[in-house]
Ligand binder design. Structure first.
Ligand code: GDP
Ligand code: MG
Length: 172
């Protein structure tokens, strides 16, 4: 483990119900709830990730459900070094909304922001509406890291945060 410590604010964005809170609760606590209450989403999680070249301390901000109105105050993502934009692979609407969040972050955010596009609920393959290839190509065109996850089965959840931490070490 490197002796450098990098502290970074990470924000989660995406449609209500896409699984933002479930992803962060899965990562930070190793737990999953079938009925995650949006009202208890107003949370802040601090996680320390030991990387080869440095220790990354992520201050993870989850929404309090205010994304229901399709808007988040710029104050929410101000100062963020990383953003995770989540959609639900079984909802085209949530994917369209995710692309709007990406646009907004690219317009108003910091140009060095490390961004991930996350297709969540990959355990619902039989209900899939958003193709992997389509989302991956969109992410590539926009310089985003892309991954599909399941907060339910935990597939790729840890990888998502370690990949972001790795990128934060590299862009520093
Ligand atoms: P948020 O509004 O984006 O924070 O979404 P939540 O984390 O509150 O999740 C919304 C609903 O989707 C809850 O009922 C979760 O249990 C469910 N959910 C979240 N992640 C997954 C997943 O990976 N797979 C499945 N099948 N359901 C999920
Ligand atoms: Mg939530």
């Amino acid at each position: 483990m490197g002796s450098d410590v990098i502290q970074a604010k990470l924000v989660l964005l995406g449609d209500l119900g896409a699984g933002k809170t479930s992803i962060v609760v899965r990562f930070a606590k190793g737990l999953y709830y079938d009925c995650q209450e949006s009202t208890i989403g107003a949370a802040f999680f601090s996680q320390v990730l030991a990387m080869d070249e440095a220790t990354v301390k992520l201050d993870i901000w989850d929404t309090a459900g205010q994304e229901r109105y399709h808007s988040l105050a710029p104050m929410y993502y101000r100062g963020a070094a990383a953003a995770v934009v989540v959609y639900d692979i079984s909802s085209t609407d949530s994917y369209i909304r995710a692309r709007k969040w990406v646009d907004e972050l690219q317009r108003q955010g910091n140009p060095h922001l490390v961004m991930a596009l996350v297709g969540n609920k990959v355990d619902l393959e039989e209900k899939r509406q958003v193709g992997t290839q389509e989302a991956m190509e969109y992410a590539e065109r926009n310089g985003l890291f892309f991954i599909e996850t399941s907060a339910k089965t935990s597939q790729n959840v840890t990888d998502l945060f370690y990949e972001l931490a790795d990128r934060l070490v590299k862009v520093r």
